[in-house]
Design a protein. Structure first.
Length: 104
């Protein structure tokens, strides 16, 4: 049951995190997609593996998807997600995620 303060604020935080993890797995499932992501973000593969569950990384994944509509649509179709779920998930992570860089 959602808390009163969750109403009207988009995806719950854990749902947003799971969507972003699904998106990361989608990117990682294809060498070209993950290479492009790493190149655009400047992140090293080892750093991505180490920080895959950090909110800062998850935010970068969702921002990357939203910047490429075709990629977003392919992700949505392959993962049984709606494209419209991604922006609210990003907003929730940006607003309530742990941006300290530490593990949750």
């Amino acid at each position: 049951m959602p808390k009163d303060n969750d109403r009207g604020r988009g995806a719950p935080l854990e749902t947003a995190r799971q969507l972003a993890l699904d998106a990361l797995l989608f990117l990682a499932g294809d060498a070209l997609r993950i290479t492009k992501f790493l190149n655009v973000t400047g992140m090293e593969a080892a750093t991505l593996r180490e920080r895959a569950r950090d909110d800062e990384t998850l935010i970068a994944v969702l921002e990357y998807l939203l910047a490429d509509e075709t990629l977003l649509l392919v992700f949505a179709a392959n993962g049984n997600h709606r494209p419209a779920e991604v922006a609210p998930a990003l907003e929730r992570l940006q607003r309530e995620g742990d941006m300290s860089g530490g593990r949750r």
